[in-house]
Write a protein that binds this ligand. Structure first.
Ligand code: 6PG
Length: 471
């Protein structure tokens, strides 16, 4: 029947409503369902131009959809997703498709996909990034699930996504929960970039004594160059906003305790399980957690004051800080993408890092000029083992690492905490160390626990009697 809707949205909050409006703008006949009458009314008001209407009854909503049905969920992650699925399943037919577009944990997505496949229903986990603005005018989307089912929503997703040089910022990621895995890592990178921006702000403010106007100008200048990215752009604008209550700048009255919804933590947790180090993301997660100990920080700040708090040569320092920022930023993406390649092998996601860097170039929170270089690196070498292994990236690293060392050395010398910057540099130095001291770790393990070791001069597994005089 051709008067049926091509897609139905469950959850008409800000994200769901804006994505539906975006679809309607692109000429798709879509509808929505929400238990909340106010949400239905808001959809009708905002979608007047397209005569967009929603349903208050889930049965009527499902009946209004063209077969095979495409049902998208934009509801809060967690138990609510399971409840909605439970409500839907008896009303659906074999071959129908559910797309969960919230920030669900990828293990929940795997479980749901497996359960629903037994009933012939395709379950997709799709990360959407870009917030309200992105949903309305072009997000970046990371869908994972059955490839054939994807082809039935591909034209809709490609039409509504952000575009970079005409390329849509959406691509089929892979089977199972790969879409939600990629969105989780996207958020881990988001946390890390936010942390390096915070640390740069800290140095500009406290190390160099810049006021908010000078900080605005520095971020503006940086954002016009190679550091150009969405997160720096919004940060720049934060330093312009005044506060009516205090009469000063709003940023100066915001409490320095950061909250989180968990996606960064999930990224760190899974990296430990996969034994794939992502220390800059871990530092970003830990920094938010440490920030919550405000009272204790105040007590310790008084008991253990900084010895000195001055940066020598502020003019040089600002130039070096831009280099350190670029270095740390490269490292954020390098670690995130390294984790993706490991997960792809482990979970058989068959991910294409070239396409993933391509769809992150627009629409999403971590969009950045640097992603263009990353995209080219993976286009030339799809099997690139690590971003640091690319010759173009190596040229950048050679240029910026000396300045980065000066920034971190200077900050540490003067008692400033730069956890993400320092961790990025240590990670880099560890990865370019051919002979690490971890031979000693193996010797220790064998000494006290007979855990055995391998030799550099002979294959096999060995154990030594460490207390014997002559081995
Ligand atoms: C996006 C964002 C979005 C959200 C994060 C915030 O890609 O649009 O990542 O998903 O802003 O969930 O996460 P925290 O609340 O944990 O900082």
């Amino acid at each position: 029947m051709n008067n049926k809707y091509i897609l139905g949205m469950i959850g008409l909050g800000t994200m769901g409503r804006n994505l539906l409006l975006n679809m309607a703008d692109n000429g798709f006949s879509v509808t929505g369902y929400d238990k909340d009458a106010r949400m239905l009314q808001k959809l009708e008001e905002d979608g007047k131009a397209h005569n967009l209407k929603g349903f208050a009854s889930v049965e009527d909503f499902i009946q209004s959809l063209e077969l095979p049905r495409r049902v998208m969920l934009l509801v809060p992650a967690g138990q609510i997703v399971d409840s909605v699925i439970q409500e839907l399943v008896p009303l659906l037919d074999k071959g129908d498709m559910i797309i969960d577009s919230g920030n669900s944990h990828f293990t929940d997505t795997s479980r749901r996909a497996e359960d629903l496949s037994k009933q012939g229903i395709h379950f997709f986990g799709m990360g959407i990034s870009g917030g309200e603005e992105g949903a309305r005018f072009g997000p970046s989307m990371m869908p994972g699930g059955d490839k054939t089912a994807y082809n039935t929503v591909k034209p809709i997703l490609e039409a509504v996504s952000a575009k970079v040089n005409g390329d849509p910022c959406v691509a089929y990621i892979g089977p199972g929960a790969s879409g939600h895995f990629v969105k989780m890592v996207h958020n881990g990178i988001e946390y890390a970039i936010m942390q390096i921006i915070a640390e740069a702000y800290y140095m500009l403010k406290n190390g160099m004594g810049y006021n908010n106007e000078q900080i605005y100008n520095t971020f503006k200048k940086w954002n016009e160059g190679r550091l150009h990215c969405f997160l720096l752009e919004v940060t720049r604008d934060i330093f312009k906003v005044k506060d009516a209550k205090s009469g000063g700048y709003l940023i100066d009255v915001i409490k320095d305790e950061a909250k989180s919804k968990g996606t960064g933590k999930w990224t760190s947790q899974i990296s430990m399980d996969l034994q794939l180090p992502i220390p800059i993301i871990n530092e970003a997660v830990s920094s938010r957690d440490l920030s919550k100990f405000k009272q204790l920080r105040v007590v310790l700040a008084n008991a253990l004051p900084h010895e000195t708090e001055k940066i020598d040569n502020p003019a040089d320092f600002e130039v070096q800080l831009e280099q350190a920022f670029y270095f740390a930023m490269i490292t954020c993406y390098a670690q995130g993408l390294h984790l993706l390649s490991q997960a792809s092998t482990e979970y058989k996601y068959d991910m294409n890092l070239q396409e993933i860097s391509q769809i992150w170039r627009g629409g999403c929170i971590i969009r950045a000029a640097l992603l263009e270089d990353i995209y080219h690196a993976y286009s030339e070498q799809p099997d690139l083992a690590h971003l640091y292994a690319d010759a173009g990236i190596q040229n950048k690293l050679k240029e910026i690492v000396p300045g980065t060392r000066k920034v971190i050395g200077n900050a540490i010398q003067n008692g400033f905490a730069l956890p993400a910057f320092a961790s990025a540099l240590t990670y880099y130095d560890s990865f370019r160390t051919a002979n690490s001291p971890l031979n000693l770790t193996q010797a220790q393990r064998d000494f006290f626990g007979a855990h055995t070791f391998e030799r550099t001069d002979e294959p096999g597994i060995f154990h030594a009697d460490w207390n014997s005089d002559n081995l």
